[in-house]
Design a protein around this ligand. Structure first.
Ligand code: NHR
Ligand code: GAR
Length: 219
């Protein structure tokens, strides 16, 4: 018996953010029940991480569906069979239909590797470099129908350095991801974080549009 928040994690790849959640649970920092990990891609490392942590895994290969609607309906059924309180997108790479996002509205989070509203969509690290940004970062946000457009919960900034390429910059950003995602999930699990009238609310206080700001101590 456990009254901990039940969390289903959706992945498409390596699952380093999933690992940060697993580590949080195992260290006792993060009071959640990781109910299942679901991947839309076969043979990804994130599924191995889940198996090693004794978390049930599911594969739902989007390539076996004729359209987004039928994939999303099947995904919803799988997720709901685990009765989650929260759905966490952790490097999940399929755009979700409005029906899907509506069903989980206020109980689904995503981590997006940019300082939203900058650089919505894909290839964010290269785009930040190409735009000559002095800073880049990562945002946890509630998922709405608008791609990468839901209200921000927490944001971490990192510097863009002179000789950065996309992969070095991505690593610097990902170190912050592994700090802020467990934090946001913990807030939600403790009942401190809500989405109210399209805004993120933390401990009764509306958050700024950027979300709660964490600055890394690099230059
Ligand atoms: N769906 C909705 N409705 N709203 C959001 O905010 C979503 C979402 C689905 C995924 C994650 C997002 C990100 O953090 C996310 C947020 C995939 C794509 C994409 O273009 C864009 C944004 C995100 C995830 N996917 C391609 C597609 O056709 C496939 C790319 C691939 O498979 O490599 O779905 O950046
Ligand atoms: C993370 O950097 C995450 O921010 C990004 O993909 C990586 C997944 O890493 N997400 C997206 O780009 C969503 N479109 P992980 O699988 O090791 O957690």
């Amino acid at each position: 018996m456990s009254n901990k928040a039940r969390v289903v994690v959706l992945i498409s790849g390596s699952g380093s953010n999933l690992q940060a959640l697993i580590d949080g649970v195992q260290s006792g920092e993060l009071p959640i029940n990781l109910a299942a990990v679901i991947s839309n891609r076969p043979d990804v490392f994130g599924l191995e991480r889940a198996t090693k942590a004794n978390i049930p895994t599911e594969l739902l290969d989007h390539k076996t569906f004729t359209d987004r609607e039928s994939f999303d309906r099947a995904l919803m059924e799988k997720i709901d069979s685990y009765q989650p309180d929260l759905v966490v997108l952790a490097g999940f790479m399929r755009i979700l239909t409005p029906e899907f996002t509506q069903h989980y509205l206020g109980r689904m989070l995503n981590i997006h590797p940019s300082l939203l509203p900058k650089f919505q969509g894909l290839h964010t690290h290269q785009r930040a470099i190409d735009a000559g940004e002095s800073h880049h970062g990562v945002t946890v946000h509630f998922v709405t129908a608008e791609l990468d457009g839901g209200p921000a919960v927490v944001q971490a900034r990192v510097p863009v350095l002179a000789n950065d390429d996309a992969s070095i910059l991505a690593k610097r950003v990902q170190r912050q991801e592994h700090v802020i995602y467990p934090l946001a999930v913990k807030w939600f699990a403790q009942g401190d974080l809500h989405m109210i009238d399209g805004k993120s609310v933390l401990k009764g206080e509306p958050l700024p549009a950027s979300g709660f700001l964490i600055s890394s101590d690099e230059p």
